[in-house]
Design a protein around this ligand. Sequence first.
Ligand SMILES: O=C(CO)[C@@H](O)[C@H](O)COP(=O)(O)O
Ligand SMILES: [Co+2]
Length: 229
Amino acid sequence: MAVQISPSILSADFARLADEAAAVENTADWLHVDVMDNHFVPNLTLGLPVVASLLRATSLPLDCHLMIEDPDRWAPQYAEAGAGSVTFHVEAAQAPIRTARAIRAAGARAGMALKPATPVEPYEDMLPELDMLLVMTVEPGFGGQSFLDVTVPKIRRARDLIRRHGLQLWLQVDGGVSEETIERCAEAGADVFVAGSAVYGADDPAKAVQALRERAERATARAPWACGH
Ligand SMILES: O=C(CO)[C@@H](O)[C@H](O)COP(=O)(O)O
Ligand SMILES: [Co+2]
């Protein structure tokens, strides 16, 4: 199971998004796009028109993280627009299974996100409906926050559930992921790593992606759960 790095453009210069995407095009796997509506989270970013423009501006697949109310209505539209992956928050969804199926039907990977205090166990039965589970490692809403260590046991429990069910879904972490914290996440079982300030706050974003990948790969190789994968 390969490590994947998804730089978050929340920490990029919004006036130069095409250039900022190009800066990581050769080293990143995805471009993480944080959609915030100022209702689900106390911050406002961008929506479908910017996603449509970004799709034309980069060859990287877009990993859209929807921090919005009513994702049941909006998430399939991001998939129809051409996002490679669309992740909605379960706390905001009225019908998470229907929404995950609608994302897949529109041709994208379906992701479901959990805020730091939302447990994974109640959603065990719906994991087969998903292509990715996102464990938030900060409270959603802002870049540049400190990694919440309290979320690491949940990453471990999520990996354990995925393994026990024999599922292939990816396990993403998002928030405060840096060269200092990425190994903790990888050892606990994460395989897709979002990083905003650690990439776009660096002098060389492309090199920052490589450095994160190397650390995650080293930690994955020594992770106990990796045996048999
Ligand atoms: O979804 C979010 C924040 O809510 C993230 O994707 C942030 O953009 C990550 O930024 P860093 O914590 O890596 O600076
Ligand atoms: Co995000």
